[in-house]
Design a protein. Structure first.
Length: 491
């Protein structure tokens, strides 16, 4: 019995190294144990009985082949992207006031609501960084205005569903245009003010509110990044006819990034450029208090894909585009010569000429020495007239591939401009320019959508945003649809 047990134990022990070798690798190992050696054990004397028939070691246990490993496969594909939880209501968040003077780099957090309680100046070369999904509220008393001074930067880089919001402190339904000031970027690029610099409009007369590079301008100046940003209910009136725009750009250079920005329910212009060379794309003006896109003082940048509509406007001369050179000196250089491409502008959709104190509304007014500017793929409807040239206008000013329809002062040529023009101009006639052979412009009494569809409650009708032949949505992608960075609310 003892011998038998020893034989069994010896056999078991002999098999252990083979197994260990076999499992040690993905490749099969050679069994080095001599065949038939089984009957003896190490330690102690060999048993006196016969070892019996030698047990052949046989083939060692073949190592488990590694095989084809676990293939990563195609991963999770298709399906809806993860839902981004970005709550911009401010509910339950602590409020903290921004310092009035930010003189060193400062990074905010999005777990608070930040208050702009007065003129807040980012200066001395400092950078203010605002993370995505951050809410900032401006006050009315004192007027809250964020000013990025020359040499400083604002980095407000959101995403389509995690935007950065500048807004009123009031609750939805109680909000209104002029609840606070606005956002102002001041740079060092060229402009046509005397000496190359000037005080930005509607601000106190202090050096921190001056724009332009003086006698040594830098057209590539960088004032930071605004991407996926919404500015709403801004434009508080500082004094008579002196309101802060939603976004004011004073001599901002081409090193600055402006992309996917909405200005909504402002009391003055949605966007205004004073000189500078900054480019911009994908802009929305969801009703303004004066002009939709205003340029002057030698602006020389390019704007592509921009949409604007008007449904409430207190201005006496509400325009879509209002482009001047320099009112005090029409010949000042560099000339104001913006380039706008893929634009859709909707007026009130009613005749406002003579209503209250208003004059006629135009899709575009160009005056005061405007330079060789150009507009391509422009769709306009719902104004009294299409365009008006006043004062001196560069003869190379161009409008191409554009479509005007549904104006309210008449049909035919009056869709384009008044046939009896009350404003004297020199150099260029509106009708002649619009109808220029090869320009590709079309004027019609009706078009693919109406101003009422453009200005309806909520988002514009699908007839507006699906019109891809020309205008803001000509790229074939409805770049504003269903994204949190856009809000079409009226209050």
């Amino acid at each position: 019995m003892r011998v038998s047990r020893l034989l069994v134990l010896g056999s078991v022990l002999a098999s252990i190294p083979m197994f260990a070798l076999a499992c040690g690798s993905d490749d099969a190992k050679t069994n080095n144990t001599p065949p038939g050696s089984g009957g003896s054990t190490s330690g102690g004397a060999p048993g006196s009985g016969s070892g019996g028939k030698a047990t052949t070691g046989g083939a060692g246990v073949t190592g488990v082949t590694g095989g084809a490993g676990v293939t990563g496969g195609a991963g999770v594909t298709g399906g809806a992207p993860p839902v981004v939880d970005c709550d911009l209501s401010g509910t339950g968040k602590v409020r903290e006031a921004l310092p009035l003077d930010i003189t060193s780099d400062m990074t905010l957090t999005n777990d608070k609501v930040w208050t702009i309680g007065g003129f807040v100046h980012v200066k001395n070369g400092a950078t203010l960084t605002i993370p995505k999904c951050t809410r900032l509220e401006g006050t009315q008393t004192p007027i809250g205005v964020l000013v990025i001074t020359r040499g400083s930067k604002l980095i407000a880089d959101g995403t389509a569903d995690e935007p950065i919001l500048f807004t009123s402190p009031k609750a939805p339904g109680a909000r209104a245009a002029g609840d606070w000031g606005g956002v102002v970027l001041l740079g060092k690029a060229n402009n046509n003010n005397p000496g190359g610099e000037a005080l930005i409009e509607a601000t106190p007369a202090i050096t921190d509110n001056t724009y332009g590079g003086g006698l040594t301008p830098d057209d590539a100046d960088n004032s930071g990044t605004l991407r996926y940003v919404r500015i709403e209910f801004a434009g508080y009136e500082l004094a008579a006819d002196k309101e802060v725009n939603g976004l004011t750009l004073g001599a901002v250079g081409s090193g600055t990034t402006l992309s996917h920005i909405e200005v909504s329910n402002g009391r003055d212009d949605c966007f205004e450029w004073f000189g500078g060379t900054v480019n911009a794309d994908h802009l929305i003006c969801n009703t303004d208090g004066d002009d939709t896109f205003d340029t002057d003082r030698g602006y020389r940048g390019t704007v592509q894909y921009a949409f604007g509509r008007k449904f409430a406007n207190p201005s006496k001369d509400p325009q879509g585009f209002e482009w001047d050179n320099y009112d005090a000196n029409n010949a000042a250089t560099p000339k104001n010569q913006p380039i706008f491409k893929n634009i859709t502008l909707c007026g009130y959709g009613v005749n406002v000429d003579g209503a209250a104190t208003k004059g006629p509304s135009f899709a575009g007014v160009f005056r005061k020495g405007i330079g060789p500017a150009s507009i391509d793929s422009w769709v306009a409807t719902g104004f009294d007239y299409g365009i008006d040239f006043r004062d001196a206008v560069d003869p190379t000013f161009s409008i191409t591939n554009s479509f005007f329809f549904g104006m309210f002062k008449g049909t035919g040529d009056q869709v384009i401009a008044p046939t009896t023009d009350p404003n004297a101009e020199t150099g260029v006639d509106e009708l002649t320019l619009f109808k220029k052979e090869g320009a590709g412009n079309v004027a019609a009494d009706a078009g693919p959508f109406t101003a009422a569809e453009c200005n309806q409650d909520g988002a514009p009708a699908a007839s507006v945003t699906s019109y891809t032949a020309k205008g803001a949505f000509a790229a074939g992608s409805n770049w504003q649809l269903g994204k949190k960075w856009v809000d079409w609310s009226k209050n």
